[in-house]
Ligand binder design. Structure first.
Ligand SMILES: C[S@@+](CC[C@H](N)C(=O)[O-])C[C@H]1O[C@@H](n2cnc3c(N)ncnc32)[C@H](O)[C@@H]1O
Length: 868
């Protein structure tokens, strides 16, 4: 931000502050945009974004992370913003034409899909003044937004809940199809800020300048307040000034008659004796003790130093100070006997009223009104308490979890009716209440004290449970209940949904296996219910990849999150399930089977990869970083016994392979490239990353850095099942490649897979051709037999059957065995058939026989090696 902020005040160092530090965001406000985007998803599809009031750049970082590569991102602020990759920034005032021109120059004739505004004026003096300038700043940002937004675009702005709020919302509604106000969980409860997301910009051809003119937009309320004042409701207004400062407006009507100064001092007696003390507090700057009577009051014990100081400057006082003054007044009046008098007077009035036979109906009416008001106040109080409890429950849950963002909670703002929560705990809470499981919550209900009596800090701690132990016990109880509910839900699902059962058992298997390898792509048509784009799409695609794997399990690792249920590709038979499972515990360095390495060979045979061994290594790097944790865990040299039954000889891993993970190896690049060539870049994601490296769209460092994220060391210890299940679905890293790139590569791979190997195709064709020839020949022969006159019909039939059988058979003559005969002793050198040898034979000497055997052995061994 422009001005330096105190980092130790009221919960400034909250979890979002820490998270921001941890994740390298420049400001905790980054999470506000992340959460807004999570709800409205406007960044993923945006190609151009303008961030107004962007310093220090938290929102810009988020935009650059979530928007597609090569999008245009422009940030403006009064203060310079430290450079951010892929982002252009200016230092300029957004209310000036110079700023407009700068943005225009940068964007040329591009239009923005998203305009963001998180501006806060750097005034920091009077809150009322701040709120007003904030509203003006919002209107200025809207002015810029309508200049640059594309039709259908999104404008996100921060507004304060002030008197101008409704006017601003009205203006937004004139220009946008959908306008929603929301308060993301990361926005502090104590802050009056609220975010308005205006979608579907209508892009009217002509916009009445009055819509964007503060004088007009904020006029109506200003005058209504003034009008209210005219109607003699000054007392109410001034009361509002004290306890609801946002209601106060600027003096647009000039000074009161005969009162030309802004500073007002009144004798303290005015305050003490006035029937409307609050209006006095709201209208003056100082209360003086000048008369003798007032000096006496000054000397009293109840007139403490604080009271004296408060009377000295009323404009700097807060709610608590005003309350103290009112208490002091009440005490003083009691001491002076002023209140008794009033009581007496009231009694007299009452008596008079009775004497005057007040209208009974009117009394009933008044009583009813009073009761109604009381009921309304009670409901309000209850709602507030419920909200407080909900917030606290959420906070406690978050304290138990490592990923507060995933809970994506949206606090329900009572003033913004009709907005759905991201994750409504209300239901769960009610359920728990019914079972009596959250007595804790009830306790807290009672414990929640009146907000008015406490500062925001007290709010946090005052109603929080007494001791750590007690709190822990209650949290445990709540968790146990949640687990119970979740188990019940799963039981219900198991009964109702057979698919769920299968899914669950697969999940369990997968969890047991823990390590998940990279596999072959499968048919894209296979159903995936999470095809939502972004990571979901990638994850679904990845799942498909993994599903289709026949046996290769060492290339790409997942981040260790629970894998989704797998499916066998329809097109390929693949090994049986047990075989597949068995492979999962194999040595990671075991040489890959045919399919993976073939795919890799085809892939690397492209011109693109000529002489780019260096780059290749990075593709692996990426994979390494993702899989390293699992690899360490599972990479033991376990050899399944079943392997012995395989056709393949188990070959001990090369020493080179041992070096794969040794970063200190000087041949590292070469070795890794070899490994990739050998095992293949099997998933489309890995290929897309490799392609990005080759095309210099990304760098090695960037990929390595991307590999270290909050997903990489995600401990699951002690987390409840429902949370892990939820996490398995949504807590996944976003690989920095586009959906389109993966789709294109997958299509390419499918095309390659669909093609048979040329040699096989030719051999098949030859075989077919020869069979046809044989058949034709047989038919001709059969015709000849049929035409023969000197054969009986029976003989003909027998002959034709014989001929046809021969024609339809494979036509391969059994190879006649040739016996190898070694002439020894006296027989050596003798010509002619040796004694006792029948059929074909060949004479050899003993040396030749050995050589032939050795040759056969070598051929066989080579064959096996090739197959593995
Ligand atoms: C809350 S900060 C913005 C934080 C930013 N969204 C982030 O995530 O880093 C508000 C910013 O508004 C800027 N600002 C206030 N008035 C401005 C104006 N007239 N023109 C440009 N920037 C302004 C301030 O300099 C301040 O840096």
């Amino acid at each position: 931000m422009g001005k330096s902020q105190k980092k130790t005040g009221k919960g400034r160092l909250d979890k979002y502050y820490k998270l921001a530090k941890e994740q390298g965001y420049r400001a905790r406000s980054a999470f506000k945009l992340i959460q807004l985007n999570k709800k409205y998803a406007f960044l993923e599809s945006a190609r151009c974004c303008i961030d107004l009031c962007a310093a220090p750049g938290g929102w810009l970082q988020v935009a650059s992370k979530y928007m597609p590569q090569n999008s245009v991102i422009v940030g403006v602020d009064l203060v310079p913003i430290k450079p951010i990759p892929r982002v252009v920034t200016f230092a300029s005032d957004i209310t000036t034409t110079q700023c407009r021109n700068l943005i225009r120059n940068e964007l040329k004739d591009w239009r923005a899909d998203v305009v963001l505004h998180d501006g806060a004026p750097n005034v920091g003096t009077a809150w009322i003044q701040d709120a007003y300038s904030q509203s003006e700043l919002v209107l200025m940002s809207l002015k810029l937004a309508v200049d640059f937004l594309v039709k259908g675009g999104t404008f996100v702005t921060k507004v304060f809940r002030s008197a101008d709020y409704n006017n601003l919302i009205w203006v937004f509604n004139q220009l946008f199809g959908k306008v929603e106000a929301t308060k993301p969980p990361s926005s502090r409860n104590v802050s009056a800020e609220i975010f308005v997301v205006c979608r579907d910009f209508l892009a009217p051809k002509h916009i009445d300048p009055k819509f964007l003119d503060p004088k007009h937009v904020f006029k109506e309320l200003g005058t209504s307040v003034a009008a209210g004042a005219d109607k003699g409701s000054s007392a109410n207004n001034l009361q509002a000034n004290v306890f609801q400062p946002e209601k106060k407006r600027r003096h647009r009507d000039g000074y009161a008659d005969g009162d030309y100064t802004l500073f007002k001092a009144v004798p303290v007696a005015d305050f003490v004796k006035s029937p409307d003390p609050i209006s006095v507090l709201g209208s003056v700057n100082r209360m003086t003790f000048k008369t003798d009577e007032e000096k006496e009051w000054y000397a009293l014990d109840i007139t403490t130093g604080d009271i004296k100081a408060n009377c000295d400057d009323l404009k700097v006082l807060g709610k608590g100070d005003f309350k103290a003054l009112l208490k002091w007044r009440a005490a003083l009046r009691e001491e002076l006997g002023l209140d008794n008098k009033t009581k007496e007077t009231e009694d007299v009035t009452e008596t008079v009223e009775i004497v005057e036979e007040a209208d009974e109906e009117q009394q009933i009416q008044e009583e009813l009104e009073r009761l109604n008001a009381e009921a309304a106040a009670r409901t309000k109080r209850e709602r507030r308490r419920a909200n407080e409890i909900k917030t606290k429950t959420i906070q406690r849950m978050q304290l138990q979890m490592t990923a507060p963002l995933d809970i994506g909670l949206e606090q329900h703002d009572a003033s913004l009716g009709g907005q759905d929560d991201f994750f409504d705990l209300g239901g769960a809470e009610t359920g728990l209440r019914k079972r009596g499981g959250v007595a804790a919550l009830g306790d807290e209900d009672d414990a929640a004290s009146d907000e008015e009596d406490k500062g925001p800090d007290n709010d946090e701690t005052g109603s929080v449970l007494d001791s750590d132990e007690e709190r822990q016990r209650k949290v445990d109880g709540l968790e146990a209940e949640m687990d119970g509910l979740y188990d019940a839900y799963r039981d219900r699902m198991r009964e109702r949904d057979a698919k769920f059962k299968v899914k669950e058992s697969r999940q369990k298997n997968a969890e047991r296996e823990e390590w998940q390898g990279i596999q072959q792509p499968i048919d894209v048509d296979s159903d995936s219910d999470e095809e939502a784009g972004g990571w979901e799409t990638m994850a679904a695609a990845k799942e498909q990849d993994e599903d289709s794997s026949s046996d290769d399990d060492s290339e790409s690792g997942d981040d260790g999150s629970t894998p989704a249920p797998r499916k066998r590709p329809r097109s390929e038979p693949g090994p049986s399930k047990p075989a597949k499972r068995m492979k999962l515990v194999n040595d990671l360095r075991e040489p890959k089977k045919q399919s993976a390495s073939d795919a890799a060979k085809v892939w690397f045979s492209q011109d693109l990869f000529e002489g780019v061994d260096d780059g290749m290594e990075l593709g692996d790097d990426e994979t390494d970083s993702e899989m390293s944790v699992d690899e360490d865990a599972d990479g033991s040299d376990i050899q399944s016994d079943n392997m012995a039954d395989d056709d393949f000889e188990i070959v001990k891993a090369d020493e080179d392979d041992d070096d794969m993970w040794d970063v200190e190896d000087e041949n590292e690049d070469h070795v890794k490239a070899q490994k990739i060539k050998q095992h293949g870049l099997v998933t489309a994601e890995a290929m897309a990353l490799a392609q990005q490296l080759v095309n210099r769209q990304t760098t090695k460092t960037q990929l390595i850095n991307d590999g270290f994220n909050r997903y990489s060391l995600n401990s699951k210890e002690g987390l409840p099942d429902w949370f892990l299940d939820e996490e398995a679905k949504f807590y996944k890293p976003n690989i920095p490649i586009t959906k389109e790139a993966v789709a294109a590569l997958r299509a390419k791979q499918r095309a390659l897979d669909a093609r048979p190997i040329k040699k096989i195709a030719e051999a098949k064709a030859r075989k077919k051709f020869k069979a046809a020839q044989r058949l034709e020949k047989a038919m001709k022969k059969a015709e000849g037999v049929n035409a023969t006159a000197d054969m009986s019909e029976r003989e003909k039939a027998q002959q034709i059957e014989k001929v046809m059988r021969k024609g339809l058979s494979a036509g391969k003559k059994a190879k006649k065995e040739v016996k190898v005969v070694v002439a020894k002793g006296a027989a050596r050198g003798v010509k002619g058939r040796p004694k006792g040898v029948k059929g074909r034979y060949t004479m050899v000497d003993s040396r030749m026989k050995k050589e032939v055997r050795a040759k056969k052995r070598v051929e066989k061994a080579n064959k096996k090696r090739k197959r593995t």
